[in-house]
Write a protein that binds this ligand. Structure first.
Ligand code: SF4
Ligand code: SF4
Length: 268
């Protein structure tokens, strides 16, 4: 019987968290039995007590950069990995903490939570790609396990994965959901939010609040205009759009736009 000669060694992965809620870590943990035949885990401090923080093929990172320690770790991880995958809205878009930091001072928020005497170091929350090269961005809050496994399989074949960024509305249409933005005037952000969740919220009658982050070419001004015309206040609209990753510069554009500040009177 011919002997099979194995030439490739099993790829290695490490899983790290910056400032986040561990949602992505839990998704990886839940799917570990599907990944383990194909990868060897070097470091996963959330799940194992013995970790090897040396060179690694793929580093998965969740969380935003919200303090100097996050930044130091991120730069060190980038130096040690061949491919870096940013996982989840915090890592890819900065999530609610970046939204909050674009409106309020990070140190003032820290003092409100931990008191004036707090010495915890903070910095305005930012995305992973604001500091280092990111090879793959997989958003979600938390990420979808099917997308995680597809991205991992693709990287193991040395392919950069294609991750669709079409709007949630597309998934809604495929499910033949009635549109709650049009029919119920609910503030659904599906038109400007990337797919991946299967239109979870609109499918149960709740408006999408944008947790997957912006879709490709999101028409944020048009979305804001629609919500203002439905009677939502500018501050509400901005807060909603800002929560999960609309670009900060959008807000100066929106707040300075006279058309948005003074939406047309459609009462006649
Ligand atoms: S309910 Fe929301 S996601 Fe669904 S089609 Fe309407 S706007 Fe789009
Ligand atoms: S519908 Fe919107 S808010 Fe709900 S899970 Fe999907 S992307 Fe997130």
């Amino acid at each position: 019987m011919p002997t099979v000669k194995m030439t490739k060694t099993i790829p290695t992965i490490s899983v790290y968290s910056l400032t986040g809620c561990a949602g992505e870590l839990l998704v990886i943990l839940e799917n570990l039995n599907k990944m383990l035949p194909y990868v060897r885990i070097l470091s996963f401090p959330f799940a194992q007590s013995t970790n090897d923080d040396g060179p690694v093929d793929i580093a998965f990172i969740e969380g935003s950069v919200s303090n100097p320690h996050d930044l130091e770790r991120l730069v060190s991880i980038r130096r040690r990995c061949k491919m870096l995958v940013a996982l989840g809205n915090c890592a890819v878009w900065g999530c609610v903490q970046k939204g909050a930091c674009s409106r309020f001072d990070a140190e003032q928020m820290r003092n409100q939570v931990y008191g004036e005497q707090s010495t915890i170091e903070v910095m305005p929350a930012s995305r992973v790609e604001d500091h280092v090269k990111v090879d793959v961005k997989l958003s979600g809050c938390p990420i979808d396990s099917t997308q995680l496994l597809a991205v991992t399989a693709s990287l193991l074949k040395d392919h950069l994965p294609y991750i669709p960024q079409k709007p949630v509305c597309l998934e809604c249409k495929l499910k033949e959901n009635p549109c709650i933005l049009i029919e119920q005037n609910l503030p659904c952000l599906g038109p400007v939010t990337a797919t991946g969740c299967g239109a979870l919220c609109p499918s149960v009658g709740a408006p999408c609040y944008g947790c997957w982050g912006p879709s490709e070419e999101p028409q944020m001004e048009a979305m804001a205009q629609v919500l203002l015309e439905k009677g939502y206040r500018l501050n509400e609209v901005l807060t909603r759009l800002q929560a999960f990753g609309a670009p900060t510069e959008l807000f100066s554009r929106l707040t300075s736009s006279q058309a948005l500040v003074n939406p047309p009177d459609r009462s006649n």
